[in-house]
Design a binder for this molecule. Structure first.
Ligand code: AMP
Length: 173
């Protein structure tokens, strides 16, 4: 099944700009059985971790992030690009594989009791996930670990994250 998941991830060269090998998960999303397997595989690592919220990072992280939250019977929190969330936010700036950006989370999205799983579709340089970790800490909550469908491990994004925390991924390049 993991091979089937890898086959359902399409590499699109030079998107959104020259030199980027974009990992397109839409073929995986459109296959119900594979999608269910991907969510259940990622969720199985976190069943007994005391997770109280799953964070999904805009925008592709929302999709499996919300499914993971539902599978783990916990709530979902969106982390979005600057200016997208309507209520009062906290903000962090980070570097992308392509460019730099800021992300925000609603100031009341987490409490100090929350134990959070951070999810995104892809970890590339790790800047976005590391900035998300800082947002969770700023909110006074605890990061339990990280979950990604795809790890572009040649970019070593994992080294930007807390090495003491568990890290789940389905496909590595
Ligand atoms: P990074 O902060 O470098 O780890 O970048 C992670 C974010 O950028 C994630 O939200 C990914 O969706 C997106 N991203 C970066 N590189 C790629 C890629 N090669 N293919 C698909 N998404 C990417």
């Amino acid at each position: 099944m993991l091979n089937a998941i890898k086959s359902a991830i399409r590499t699109v060269p030079d998107f959104p700009k020259p030199g980027i090998q974009f990992k397109d998960i839409t073929p995986l999303l459109s296959d119900h059985k594979l999608l269910r397997y991907a969510v259940d595989s990622l969720a199985s690592d976190w069943k007994d971790a005391g997770i109280t919220k799953v964070i999904g990072i805009e925008s592709r992280g929302f999709i499996l992030g919300a499914m993971l939250a539902d599978t783990l019977n916990v709530g979902f929190v969106p982390v979005r690009k600057q200016g997208k969330l309507p209520f009062t936010t906290i903000r962090e700036t980070y570097d992308l594989e392509y460019g730099s950006d800021s992300i925000e989370m609603h100031i009341d999205a987490l409490t100090e009791q929350d134990v959070v799983l951070i999810h995104d579709d892809v970890i590339a340089t790790g800047g976005t996930a590391a900035a998300t970790h800082r947002l969770v800490e700023f909110a006074g909550a605890t990061v339990a670990g990280y979950s990604f469908i795809i790890d572009l491990s040649f970019l070593d994004g994992r080294s930007k994250l807390d090495s003491n925390l568990p890290f789940s991924t389905l496909v590595r390049y």
